[in-house]
Ligand binder design. Structure first.
Ligand code: ATP
Length: 349
Protein backbone atom coordinates (compact mmCIF):
# COMPACT_ATOMS: atom_id res chain seq x y z
CA UNK A 1 0.00 0.00 0.00
CA UNK A 2 1.14 3.52 -0.70
CA UNK A 3 0.98 6.34 1.84
CA UNK A 4 0.60 10.11 2.02
CA UNK A 5 2.85 12.11 4.33
CA UNK A 6 1.86 15.39 5.94
CA UNK A 7 4.17 17.61 7.96
CA UNK A 8 2.34 19.99 10.31
CA UNK A 9 4.42 22.77 11.89
CA UNK A 10 7.24 20.20 12.02
CA UNK A 11 10.26 21.60 13.83
CA UNK A 12 13.69 20.37 14.87
CA UNK A 13 15.78 22.39 17.26
CA UNK A 14 19.48 21.61 17.86
CA UNK A 15 21.37 23.70 20.39
CA UNK A 16 18.57 26.30 20.43
CA UNK A 17 18.67 26.68 16.63
CA UNK A 18 15.64 25.64 14.54
CA UNK A 19 17.31 23.68 11.74
CA UNK A 20 13.82 22.71 10.52
CA UNK A 21 11.47 25.56 11.28
CA UNK A 22 7.72 24.85 11.52
CA UNK A 23 7.32 23.45 8.02
CA UNK A 24 3.95 22.48 6.53
CA UNK A 25 3.64 20.33 3.43
CA UNK A 26 1.69 17.35 2.10
CA UNK A 27 3.17 14.63 -0.11
CA UNK A 28 0.44 12.76 -1.99
CA UNK A 29 0.44 8.98 -1.94
CA UNK A 30 2.02 7.31 -4.93
CA UNK A 31 4.03 10.42 -5.83
CA UNK A 32 7.77 10.88 -6.30
CA UNK A 33 8.78 13.79 -4.10
CA UNK A 34 12.23 15.37 -4.01
CA UNK A 35 13.43 17.44 -1.07
CA UNK A 36 15.87 19.87 -2.62
CA UNK A 37 18.19 22.50 -1.21
CA UNK A 38 21.78 23.45 -0.45
CA UNK A 39 23.96 21.73 2.12
CA UNK A 40 22.78 22.34 5.69
CA UNK A 41 19.25 23.53 4.79
CA UNK A 42 17.61 20.76 6.84
CA UNK A 43 16.59 18.20 4.19
CA UNK A 44 18.20 15.14 5.81
CA UNK A 45 16.89 16.14 9.23
CA UNK A 46 13.38 16.39 7.74
CA UNK A 47 13.75 12.95 6.15
CA UNK A 48 15.09 11.44 9.36
CA UNK A 49 12.15 12.88 11.31
CA UNK A 50 9.73 11.28 8.80
CA UNK A 51 11.60 7.97 9.22
CA UNK A 52 11.54 8.22 13.01
CA UNK A 53 15.33 8.26 13.30
CA UNK A 54 15.22 11.79 14.71
CA UNK A 55 12.81 13.03 17.38
CA UNK A 56 10.52 15.90 16.38
CA UNK A 57 10.93 18.94 18.67
CA UNK A 58 7.51 20.40 17.85
CA UNK A 59 4.72 19.74 15.38
CA UNK A 60 3.45 16.50 13.86
CA UNK A 61 4.01 13.95 11.12
CA UNK A 62 0.97 12.21 9.64
CA UNK A 63 1.14 9.07 7.50
CA UNK A 64 -2.17 8.38 5.75
CA UNK A 65 -3.74 10.91 8.17
CA UNK A 66 -2.51 8.85 11.17
CA UNK A 67 -0.27 10.71 13.62
CA UNK A 68 3.04 8.78 13.67
CA UNK A 69 5.12 11.47 15.41
CA UNK A 70 5.83 9.40 18.50
CA UNK A 71 6.05 5.96 16.83
CA UNK A 72 9.31 4.04 16.32
CA UNK A 73 10.65 3.62 12.77
CA UNK A 74 9.36 0.05 12.57
CA UNK A 75 5.85 1.03 13.71
CA UNK A 76 5.47 3.70 11.03
CA UNK A 77 5.38 1.90 7.68
CA UNK A 78 8.34 3.81 6.26
CA UNK A 79 11.66 2.39 5.04
CA UNK A 80 14.85 4.36 4.68
CA UNK A 81 17.67 3.91 2.20
CA UNK A 82 20.88 5.56 3.38
CA UNK A 83 23.43 7.55 1.39
CA UNK A 84 26.19 4.95 1.94
CA UNK A 85 23.65 2.08 1.58
CA UNK A 86 24.66 0.73 5.04
CA UNK A 87 24.82 -2.89 3.80
CA UNK A 88 26.22 -5.50 6.19
CA UNK A 89 29.62 -6.40 4.68
CA UNK A 90 29.70 -9.92 6.19
CA UNK A 91 26.29 -10.92 4.80
CA UNK A 92 25.57 -11.95 1.24
CA UNK A 93 22.90 -10.13 -0.80
CA UNK A 94 20.16 -12.60 0.10
CA UNK A 95 20.80 -12.16 3.84
CA UNK A 96 21.17 -8.40 3.54
CA UNK A 97 17.82 -8.13 1.76
CA UNK A 98 15.99 -10.55 4.08
CA UNK A 99 17.42 -9.01 7.28
CA UNK A 100 14.34 -6.85 8.01
CA UNK A 101 12.11 -9.94 7.91
CA UNK A 102 14.52 -11.89 10.11
CA UNK A 103 14.30 -9.31 12.92
CA UNK A 104 10.51 -9.45 12.59
CA UNK A 105 10.66 -13.21 13.25
CA UNK A 106 9.70 -14.40 9.74
CA UNK A 107 10.79 -18.00 9.02
CA UNK A 108 13.86 -18.60 6.86
CA UNK A 109 11.87 -20.26 4.07
CA UNK A 110 9.41 -17.37 3.76
CA UNK A 111 11.98 -14.60 4.10
CA UNK A 112 14.30 -16.14 1.49
CA UNK A 113 11.38 -16.56 -0.90
CA UNK A 114 10.44 -12.88 -0.48
CA UNK A 115 14.07 -11.73 -0.66
CA UNK A 116 14.51 -13.62 -3.94
CA UNK A 117 11.42 -11.84 -5.30
CA UNK A 118 12.90 -8.47 -4.30
CA UNK A 119 16.26 -9.39 -5.86
CA UNK A 120 14.46 -10.20 -9.14
CA UNK A 121 12.56 -6.91 -8.93
CA UNK A 122 15.84 -4.96 -8.84
CA UNK A 123 17.50 -7.25 -11.45
CA UNK A 124 19.97 -8.72 -8.97
CA UNK A 125 18.73 -12.35 -8.76
CA UNK A 126 21.98 -13.80 -10.11
CA UNK A 127 24.02 -11.96 -7.45
CA UNK A 128 22.15 -13.39 -4.44
CA UNK A 129 25.21 -15.14 -3.00
CA UNK A 130 27.68 -12.29 -3.48
CA UNK A 131 28.89 -10.05 -0.66
CA UNK A 132 28.62 -6.22 -0.85
CA UNK A 133 32.38 -5.89 -1.43
CA UNK A 134 32.00 -7.89 -4.66
CA UNK A 135 29.40 -5.48 -6.11
CA UNK A 136 29.64 -2.25 -8.12
CA UNK A 137 28.18 0.98 -6.68
CA UNK A 138 25.03 0.64 -8.78
CA UNK A 139 24.56 -2.99 -7.71
CA UNK A 140 25.00 -2.08 -4.04
CA UNK A 141 22.35 0.54 -4.49
CA UNK A 142 19.92 -2.00 -5.94
CA UNK A 143 20.52 -4.28 -2.96
CA UNK A 144 19.95 -1.40 -0.53
CA UNK A 145 16.71 -0.61 -2.34
CA UNK A 146 15.56 -4.25 -2.24
CA UNK A 147 16.32 -4.28 1.48
CA UNK A 148 14.23 -1.12 2.01
CA UNK A 149 11.32 -2.54 0.00
CA UNK A 150 11.12 -6.00 1.57
CA UNK A 151 9.05 -4.90 4.57
CA UNK A 152 6.42 -3.53 2.16
CA UNK A 153 6.65 0.08 3.31
CA UNK A 154 3.98 2.68 2.51
CA UNK A 155 6.67 5.30 2.00
CA UNK A 156 10.29 4.87 0.86
CA UNK A 157 12.76 7.48 2.11
CA UNK A 158 16.00 7.96 0.18
CA UNK A 159 18.83 10.15 1.48
CA UNK A 160 21.07 11.27 -1.42
CA UNK A 161 20.79 7.77 -2.96
CA UNK A 162 22.77 8.61 -6.10
CA UNK A 163 25.57 10.71 -4.67
CA UNK A 164 28.11 7.85 -4.39
CA UNK A 165 27.79 6.98 -8.09
CA UNK A 166 29.76 8.35 -11.02
CA UNK A 167 27.84 10.80 -13.26
CA UNK A 168 27.06 8.21 -15.98
CA UNK A 169 25.72 5.63 -13.54
CA UNK A 170 23.82 8.31 -11.63
CA UNK A 171 21.71 9.05 -14.69
CA UNK A 172 21.15 5.33 -15.34
CA UNK A 173 20.17 4.63 -11.73
CA UNK A 174 17.83 7.59 -11.47
CA UNK A 175 15.86 6.18 -14.41
CA UNK A 176 15.69 2.83 -12.64
CA UNK A 177 14.52 4.47 -9.40
CA UNK A 178 11.71 6.28 -11.20
CA UNK A 179 10.66 3.17 -13.15
CA UNK A 180 10.57 1.10 -9.96
CA UNK A 181 8.58 3.76 -8.09
CA UNK A 182 6.05 3.90 -10.92
CA UNK A 183 5.83 0.11 -11.17
CA UNK A 184 5.24 -0.31 -7.42
CA UNK A 185 3.06 2.81 -7.08
CA UNK A 186 4.76 3.66 -3.77
CA UNK A 187 5.45 7.10 -2.35
CA UNK A 188 9.15 7.97 -2.63
CA UNK A 189 10.71 10.92 -0.79
CA UNK A 190 14.20 11.55 -2.12
CA UNK A 191 16.69 14.04 -0.66
CA UNK A 192 19.09 15.68 -3.07
CA UNK A 193 21.06 18.90 -3.43
CA UNK A 194 20.98 18.52 -7.22
CA UNK A 195 18.35 20.55 -9.01
CA UNK A 196 18.92 18.49 -12.17
CA UNK A 197 18.26 15.23 -10.31
CA UNK A 198 15.15 16.60 -8.58
CA UNK A 199 13.76 17.98 -11.83
CA UNK A 200 14.35 14.67 -13.65
CA UNK A 201 12.61 12.59 -10.98
CA UNK A 202 10.03 14.55 -9.06
CA UNK A 203 6.28 14.83 -9.45
CA UNK A 204 6.55 17.26 -6.56
CA UNK A 205 9.68 19.16 -5.54
CA UNK A 206 10.08 20.86 -2.16
CA UNK A 207 12.77 23.55 -2.19
CA UNK A 208 14.24 24.30 1.24
CA UNK A 209 16.57 26.99 2.54
CA UNK A 210 17.72 27.53 6.13
CA UNK A 211 15.15 25.18 7.65
CA UNK A 212 12.17 26.67 5.80
CA UNK A 213 10.24 25.71 2.68
CA UNK A 214 10.73 28.22 -0.12
CA UNK A 215 8.51 26.59 -2.72
CA UNK A 216 6.53 23.41 -3.40
CA UNK A 217 5.36 22.37 -6.84
CA UNK A 218 6.04 20.42 -9.98
CA UNK A 219 9.55 20.99 -11.37
CA UNK A 220 8.01 22.68 -14.39
CA UNK A 221 5.92 25.07 -12.28
CA UNK A 222 8.94 25.95 -10.14
CA UNK A 223 11.12 26.55 -13.18
CA UNK A 224 8.38 28.58 -14.90
CA UNK A 225 7.88 30.84 -11.93
CA UNK A 226 10.21 30.70 -8.94
CA UNK A 227 8.62 32.21 -5.82
CA UNK A 228 11.72 33.85 -4.39
CA UNK A 229 15.14 35.15 -5.52
CA UNK A 230 16.67 32.21 -3.60
CA UNK A 231 14.72 29.64 -5.65
CA UNK A 232 15.52 31.43 -8.93
CA UNK A 233 19.24 31.42 -8.11
CA UNK A 234 19.31 27.89 -6.71
CA UNK A 235 17.56 26.15 -9.61
CA UNK A 236 19.77 27.95 -12.12
CA UNK A 237 18.96 29.16 -15.62
CA UNK A 238 17.46 32.39 -14.25
CA UNK A 239 18.68 35.96 -13.96
CA UNK A 240 17.72 37.79 -10.79
CA UNK A 241 17.69 41.51 -11.61
CA UNK A 242 16.57 44.78 -10.06
CA UNK A 243 14.23 47.29 -11.68
CA UNK A 244 16.73 50.08 -11.01
CA UNK A 245 19.88 51.50 -12.63
CA UNK A 246 20.00 50.26 -16.24
CA UNK A 247 16.55 48.72 -15.75
CA UNK A 248 14.94 51.70 -14.02
CA UNK A 249 12.66 52.12 -17.05
CA UNK A 250 10.93 48.87 -15.99
CA UNK A 251 9.89 50.11 -12.57
CA UNK A 252 6.17 50.57 -11.91
CA UNK A 253 5.38 48.74 -15.11
CA UNK A 254 2.58 46.19 -15.22
CA UNK A 255 4.41 43.15 -16.54
CA UNK A 256 1.51 40.71 -16.64
CA UNK A 257 -1.92 42.29 -17.06
CA UNK A 258 -3.65 38.98 -16.13
CA UNK A 259 -2.19 38.98 -12.64
CA UNK A 260 -2.92 41.40 -9.80
CA UNK A 261 0.55 41.21 -8.23
CA UNK A 262 2.52 41.75 -11.39
CA UNK A 263 3.41 45.41 -10.96
CA UNK A 264 7.18 45.68 -11.07
CA UNK A 265 8.00 47.92 -8.14
CA UNK A 266 11.02 50.21 -8.26
CA UNK A 267 14.16 48.65 -6.82
CA UNK A 268 12.53 45.25 -6.31
CA UNK A 269 13.98 42.07 -7.77
CA UNK A 270 12.45 40.04 -10.56
CA UNK A 271 13.72 37.14 -12.64
CA UNK A 272 13.95 36.32 -16.30
CA UNK A 273 15.08 32.99 -17.70
CA UNK A 274 18.40 32.93 -19.55
CA UNK A 275 16.76 31.02 -22.42
CA UNK A 276 14.18 33.79 -22.85
CA UNK A 277 16.83 36.44 -23.55
CA UNK A 278 18.07 36.83 -27.11
CA UNK A 279 20.55 39.00 -28.96
CA UNK A 280 17.97 39.67 -31.70
CA UNK A 281 14.52 41.21 -31.13
CA UNK A 282 11.52 38.95 -31.77
CA UNK A 283 8.98 41.76 -31.53
CA UNK A 284 9.06 45.55 -31.35
CA UNK A 285 7.44 45.23 -27.92
CA UNK A 286 10.50 43.43 -26.49
CA UNK A 287 12.40 44.87 -23.53
CA UNK A 288 15.80 46.01 -24.79
CA UNK A 289 18.92 46.73 -22.77
CA UNK A 290 22.56 47.38 -23.63
CA UNK A 291 25.20 45.02 -22.21
CA UNK A 292 28.90 44.20 -22.48
CA UNK A 293 29.97 40.62 -23.05
CA UNK A 294 32.21 39.29 -20.25
CA UNK A 295 32.65 35.73 -21.49
CA UNK A 296 31.24 33.14 -23.87
CA UNK A 297 31.17 29.42 -23.22
CA UNK A 298 30.39 26.67 -25.71
CA UNK A 299 27.78 24.28 -24.24
CA UNK A 300 27.07 22.04 -27.25
CA UNK A 301 23.58 23.12 -28.45
CA UNK A 302 24.12 26.74 -27.39
CA UNK A 303 26.65 29.28 -26.17
CA UNK A 304 26.33 30.67 -22.67
CA UNK A 305 26.94 34.43 -22.69
CA UNK A 306 27.86 36.19 -19.48
CA UNK A 307 27.23 39.90 -19.79
CA UNK A 308 27.12 42.98 -17.61
CA UNK A 309 24.67 45.89 -17.84
CA UNK A 310 25.90 49.49 -17.67
CA UNK A 311 24.97 49.69 -13.98
CA UNK A 312 27.02 46.56 -13.17
CA UNK A 313 24.16 44.01 -12.92
CA UNK A 314 25.20 40.62 -14.30
CA UNK A 315 23.01 38.90 -16.86
CA UNK A 316 23.38 35.59 -18.69
CA UNK A 317 21.67 34.32 -21.78
CA UNK A 318 21.89 31.45 -24.26
CA UNK A 319 22.74 31.98 -27.89
CA UNK A 320 21.79 29.09 -30.20
CA UNK A 321 24.91 27.43 -31.58
CA UNK A 322 23.82 27.87 -35.22
CA UNK A 323 23.43 31.66 -34.90
CA UNK A 324 26.51 32.32 -32.77
CA UNK A 325 28.98 34.60 -34.56
CA UNK A 326 32.33 34.91 -32.80
CA UNK A 327 33.09 38.16 -34.68
CA UNK A 328 29.99 39.86 -33.26
CA UNK A 329 29.82 38.20 -29.84
CA UNK A 330 33.00 37.88 -27.82
CA UNK A 331 34.32 39.25 -24.55
CA UNK A 332 34.66 43.02 -24.53
CA UNK A 333 32.03 43.56 -27.28
CA UNK A 334 28.80 45.45 -26.63
CA UNK A 335 25.41 44.21 -27.75
CA UNK A 336 21.71 44.57 -27.06
CA UNK A 337 19.72 41.96 -25.19
CA UNK A 338 15.99 41.46 -25.71
CA UNK A 339 13.19 39.64 -23.94
CA UNK A 340 9.38 39.81 -24.06
CA UNK A 341 7.86 41.77 -21.17
CA UNK A 342 5.55 38.88 -20.27
CA UNK A 343 8.60 36.71 -19.59
CA UNK A 344 9.38 38.79 -16.49
CA UNK A 345 8.68 36.80 -13.31
CA UNK A 346 7.73 38.82 -10.25
CA UNK A 347 8.45 37.15 -6.91
CA UNK A 348 5.53 36.22 -4.68
CA UNK A 349 7.47 36.26 -1.42
N1 ATP B 1 22.95 15.87 15.48
C1 ATP B 1 23.07 17.17 15.23
N2 ATP B 1 23.44 18.03 16.20
C2 ATP B 1 23.53 19.35 15.97
N3 ATP B 1 23.30 19.93 14.76
C3 ATP B 1 22.96 19.11 13.74
C4 ATP B 1 22.82 17.70 13.92
N4 ATP B 1 22.44 17.15 12.72
C5 ATP B 1 22.36 18.17 11.85
N5 ATP B 1 22.67 19.34 12.45
C6 ATP B 1 22.66 20.68 11.82
O1 ATP B 1 21.39 20.88 11.28
C7 ATP B 1 21.47 21.59 10.04
C8 ATP B 1 20.72 20.81 8.97
O2 ATP B 1 21.43 19.60 8.74
P1 ATP B 1 20.92 18.53 7.64
O3 ATP B 1 21.84 17.35 7.69
O4 ATP B 1 19.48 18.29 7.82
O5 ATP B 1 21.15 19.36 6.31
P2 ATP B 1 21.08 18.89 4.80
O6 ATP B 1 20.27 19.91 4.08
O7 ATP B 1 20.62 17.49 4.70
O8 ATP B 1 22.61 19.02 4.39
P3 ATP B 1 23.56 18.04 3.51
O9 ATP B 1 23.08 18.17 2.09
O10 ATP B 1 24.91 18.65 3.71
O11 ATP B 1 23.41 16.66 4.07
C9 ATP B 1 22.96 21.78 9.76
O12 ATP B 1 23.31 23.08 10.13
C10 ATP B 1 23.61 20.75 10.64
O13 ATP B 1 24.88 21.20 11.04
Amino acid sequence: MSGSIELVQTTKVYDQVSVVDAINVKVEKGSYCCLLGPSGCGKSTTLRMIAGHEAVTEGDILLNDRNVTRLTPRQRGTAMMFQDYALFPHMNCLDNVSYGLKVSGVSKLVRYEQANEMLSLVNMAEHANKFPGQLSGGQQQRIALARALICKPDVVLLDEPLSALDPFLRIQMRKELKQLQQKLGLTFIHVTHSQEEAFALADQAIVMSRGKIEQVGSPRAIFESPNTPFVANFIGGHNVLKASGSLEFLSNRVVNPDSDDALLEANLSFSVRADHITTQPRSDKDIVVKADVISTEFQAQFYLLECVLEDGQSITCYQPEESFDVHLISSGKSLYLYWPQERINTFRC
